[in-house]
Design a protein around this ligand. Sequence first.
Ligand code: SF4
Ligand code: FES
Length: 223
Amino acid sequence: MKIRIFRQKVPDSEPYWEAFNYDGTMEISVAGMLDKLNFGDDIINDLGEKTDRIGWDCSCLQGMCGACAMVINETPALACETFLKNLKGDEVVLRPLRKFPVVHDLIVDRSVIHETLKSTNVYIGEYNPKGKEDHEHQYAVANCLKCGLCLEVCPNYTDGKSFYGAVYANDCYLVKARNREKAGDIRSSYAGHFANSCSKALSCMEVCPMHIPTLSSMAKMNR
Ligand code: SF4
Ligand code: FES
């Protein structure tokens, strides 16, 4: 199987394509396959040349941290949750997420997500719940990995400077539900940075590995 990777040595350097031959099992995730390609003293590309190890990020390897988010055959997904046997075709094409600056190969800098939440005060602070009625939804939303897959497919999210996307909308809901002192500020921040720019494409919900009910968060915030 051919593995084609869009690589970049360092930030702002010229990106390039490099391909590898993989002849191992199909009962393996993209993360596991990348590990196998990187294993050994020399990394050899499909031209038989020695090359650098492939840069990619991971932590949990079980769909819980979001670090391995990348674009796999043009679909944003978690590498540790995507299995070769479920991919169509005889080639796997890997790219880094396109809405964030590339650090190295498949590793991107997603710090803009956290900077946005910090600068708009969208973090819980003192836990001060408004009520218990919404606990099921709060629990679902709290599963967000901050992986950025929803931002990759969002037609309105560009570089995170004006429209902040689904991850922000969900956290706004969560903070509003859990800290009543912040609720007023969060509502106006949400209106300015999300509600006025979201076109309800809802592609974010289709790719979210945690199946976060973003539409429901939006409805609760709008109400
Ligand atoms: S909402 Fe889903 S896709 Fe978006 S950052 Fe959170 S876990 Fe990832
Ligand atoms: S390594 Fe944690 S989600 Fe894939």
